[in-house]
Design a protein around this ligand. Sequence first.
Ligand code: NAD
Length: 353
Amino acid sequence: MKPFAYTSDPVRVIFGRGTIDHVAGEVRRLGCGRALVLSTPQQKSEATDLARRLGALAAGTFHDATMHTPTDVTERAVALAREVQADCTVALGGGSTTGLGKAIALRTDLPQIVIPTTYAGSEATAIIGETKDGVKVTQRTLKVLPEVIVYDVDLNMTLPPMLTATSGMNAIAHAVEALYAQDQNPVTSLMADEGIRALARALPVIVADPQNVDARTDALYGAWLCGTCLNAVGMALHHKLCHTLGGSFDLPHAEVHTVVIPHATEFNAAAAPEAMRRIAAALGASDAAQGLFELSQRLGAPTSLSQLGMKAEAIDKAADLAVKSPYWNPRPIDRESIRHLIGNAFHGRRPGA
Ligand code: NAD
């Protein structure tokens, strides 16, 4: 075994069904009594219901969380938090709502309870991306790490099958890159194996039978493990490419991850054979990249960037942007190979075509 360093960040995790009943106790446990409840407009009724359950522990609600954490929305939420004298936030939703809670914490140090309803994994990370004037800037700081995560399987039952598929592939992508990370370690790799295995088993069942509680439980468990991987080790080509594609061409987050992950995996295959062996084993496939592509196909998820609205003229610009700032990747990155990768992803070809 190679020498390694492993850091585990302090997060309290509550997992199960009906765990929303624990939120009031968790607010008190933090020594708080005035929670600001956050959601997107689409999840307003769930957030209002949560505020009602919290009773006097809820100081207010804010329902305007938006994808990519625009700073103008954050400023409105911070103003409300100050006005109602909130002493913590409770974010109920996917990565967009979690992102808002983190952005408030960055500015106010308010402790956060997060109730994730997708598989994006943001709840487990000390990473925040914020968008100002169309530019998304990401930073890592423990100021944004949520104090408590409440995983409630029941709240995930409503995640529509296609969002379940793409959000699940988004989570798997964290574990794939963790297995070939420069700072990989045996503990994170165990979580990555188990996260991929749980999601690969659960997602096809959920797409066929969205109310299957066992599969929903497995998927949420897998998502937690994959989110923990995202926080614990550095990501490489796949995450950088998705950040560029999503940010520069306004493509949807989980869908871009779904399309790109088989191609990024194929790109790195020869340079990371042990990671490929583990990914394939966790997928129950003979090849990691092909196994990921086939899983997406089986889920009926998008397999091409053109399906997501990207234009063919953007391929060259995307390749230019992708090689602009250097970063570590198991296989060195050059413009021609990246242009080929993006072309394959654009057209929905099999990885390695
Ligand atoms: P999202 O939070 O934008 O959710 C997508 C839509 O689904 C929203 O309308 C939401 O209200 C709805 N939804 C969520 N859960 C639902 C449920 N159970 N039932 C019905 N509808 C539901 O999407 P996402 O993919 O979770 O998050 C994407 C954002 O998170 C991006 O901005 C991305 O950059 C960020 N993110 C950040 C990190 C990090 O570590 N900082 C990690 C992953 C993602």
